[in-house]
Design a protein around this ligand. Structure first.
Ligand SMILES: Nc1ncnc2c1ncn2[C@@H]1O[C@H](COP(=O)(O)OP(=O)(O)O)[C@@H](O)[C@H]1O
Ligand SMILES: [Mg+2]
Length: 279
């Protein structure tokens, strides 16, 4: 069987590509799939750091520069995930031969079910080659206009190369909360999903809410889905991974504790008010 290759891309930096790559990767591995995440962000690699594995010898850069074999750059990550780190040193950067990515992907397809490639933002030469070599691309988009418009360029490029856009991963939804007491609705602070899909002419494959667990996980250097599998963002990541791997996942059931929590908050709010009236 040949593995499925997904480039994880976005028009601008900081939309959550690395966060998505790692958490989807661990979730897919958790479902029993042989999964590897490749750090192809040549200028700012950070997968090794976020996985708590910074003692790596040979990297993606070394392979690209012809200084390492594939076996030497694949490392064991948490939760059964394998990863290919980037290098934090700029030593080999000028020697990087981007065309080697095609060869790398082809050989990873033989040993893995899922190959997720975390890319540098925008369409630099190194990202262009990844987008051309991957069968599918996910656009990691935040619900704000600049992120959406910048991703349009990636979409156009991918389609020009006759490759498939798998869908949008809409990350950091509900980022802007209304002021307490304000009548403004949460969704008035961010773009409507239908406007995002209209502009990009692409379906939203999955959504990940803004969640403090992501920050916590980068401090602990452990993927959120392992650090707190029951956290809201973790549940959404597992739901996306299940969809990709063709498994059922009852997200409503998993999110129940949050809905109960909300009801409890509403009831306690009312009982507080009752107490006030009594006083
Ligand atoms: N769903 C989320 N909730 C909260 N913070 C997030 C979320 N996704 C990403 N972040 C934060 O946003 C920043 C950029 O994320 P990162 O995955 O490094 O983006 P990219 O790889 O696209 O540059 C990081 O500080 C990360 O912790
Ligand atoms: Mg990144």
């Amino acid at each position: 069987m040949s593995g499925e290759v997904y480039a994880i891309a976005s028009g601008k930096g900081g939309t959550g590509k690395t966060t998505v790559s790692i958490n989807l990767g661990v979730s897919l591995a958790g479902l029993g799939n042989r999964t590897v995440v490749v750090d192809a962000d040549i200028a700012m690699p950070n997968i090794g750091l976020l996985l708590g594995e910074d003692k790596v010898d040979k990297t993606y850069h070394d392979y690209m520069a012809g200084h390492a074999a594939i076996d030497e750059i694949i490392y064991e990550g948490p939760g059964g995930l394998k990863f290919i780190p980037g290098s934090l040193s700029l030593e080999n950067i000028s020697e990087v031969d981007v065309v080697k990515v095609v060869e790398l992907i082809e050989s990873l397809k033989d040993s893995f079910d899922f190959i997720l490639i975390d890319t540098a933002p925008g369409i630099s030469k190194e990202t262009a080659v990844v987008l051309e070599s991957a069968d599918n691309t996910f656009l990691v988009v935040n619900p704000e206009i600049s992120s959406v418009v910048d991703s349009l360029k990636i979409k156009i490029y991918v389609e020009m190369k006759e490759k498939n856009i798998k869908g949008i991963i809409l990350n950091r939804t509900k980022m802007y909360q209304p002021e307490p007491g304000s009548e403004q609705q949460e969704n008035e602070y961010e773009m409507l999903q239908e406007d995002i899909t209209d502009i990009l002419e692409t379906e939203i494959y999955g959504e990940v809410p803004e969640d403090l667990i992501i920050k916590k996980s980068s401090i602990h250097r452990e993927p959120s889905v392992l650090l707190e599998p029951g956290a809201k963002a973790s549940i959404y990541f597992k739901s996306i991974a299940s969809k990709l791997a063709g498994y059922e996942y009852d997200i409503e059931h998993e999110l129940k504790p949050y809905k109960v929590g909300l009801l409890k908050r509403i009831f306690s709010f009312f009982s507080l008010r009752k107490d006030k009236v009594k006083n």
